[in-house]
Design a protein around this ligand. Structure first.
Ligand code: URA
Length: 239
């Protein structure tokens, strides 16, 4: 990772601000003063700013079970930002992968690996997302086939086929690969259903499991590797 990015990730502001840190403070890599902000640093390097050792952690990737009433924005707007729920030591480092609506709950991934983030969110990588939806009318079995084809979801957008698994009269799992704005609500809306509750239960290889609303956990090495794998990244790319 570049030194300016590392400083920025460690809470020294934007990449531009972190360059100022390099000009105005003594930054040492393995005991040697450096001013080259493009210098590549490795996970084993010891970084100091004005004598203070900055933890050189590998990338941080975590999940939260997002509660309803929080917005996926970087700061509070009409509702509090979900970032308020992220422990302070990680808050400046990580960014959300995609967004969930204010009233949607469930699995949200946060990472400071920008390449991984972009790949997970990009439709090209077709990362599967599964939601548990509760709707306002009885679900007809014929919907399974109807969801399994391209659907006009309005505003000139066509959603790719989705997998619908009906659980009971009002509940179903829906799996999509794209992540269009309000995709699940718009899919049901096409068939005159309102979604009254929505929870994301999985994202790619990661499942929510029994994480309670508002709880956060760091991904295990295996889970992180599995995300790199499904997005065609190699471990080496994070150095
Ligand atoms: N689809 C929606 O309609 N809302 C979400 O939050 C996520 C997917």
């Amino acid at each position: 990772m570049r030194l300016d990015r590392f400083l920025s990730n460690s809470g020294y502001g934007s990449r531009r601000a972190s360059k100022k840190v390099l000009r105005n403070f003594s930054v040492k890599v393995n005991g040697v003063v450096v001013s080259d902000y493009a210098m590549q640093i490795k996970g084993t390097d010891k970084i100091e700013v004005d004598g203070k050792v900055i933890p050189n952690l590998p990338y941080v990737t975590m999940i939260i079970n997002k509660p309803s009433g929080y917005m996926c924005s970087m700061k509070d707007e009409n509702y509090p930002s979900v970032m308020n729920l992220i422990p302070e030591e990680y808050r400046k480092r990580v960014r959300m992968v995609g967004r969930l609506d204010q009233d949607t709950t469930g699995l949200l991934i946060l990472t400071d690996n920008g390449v991984l983030n972009a790949r997970l969110a990009h439709p090209k990588h077709q990362v599967e997302k599964t939601y548990l939806a509760k709707v306002n009318h009885i679900l007809r079995p014929t919907l399974v086939d109807l969801f399994n084809q391209e659907i006009d979801i309005g505003r000139g957008e066509i959603a790719k086929p989705a997998k619908l698994e009906i659980i009971d009269e009002y509940h179903a799992y829906v799996t999509v690969h794209e992540g269009k704005y309000h995709e699940i609500k718009r899919l049901f809306g096409h068939f005159s259903y309102d979604v009254v509750e929505l929870k994301r239960v999985s994202f790619g290889t990661i499942t929510l499991g029994d994480l309670k609303e508002g709880e956060i956990r760091l991904l295990s090495e295996e889970e992180y590797e599995s995300l790199l794998q499904i997005t065609g990244m190699k471990r080496i790319e994070q150095l």
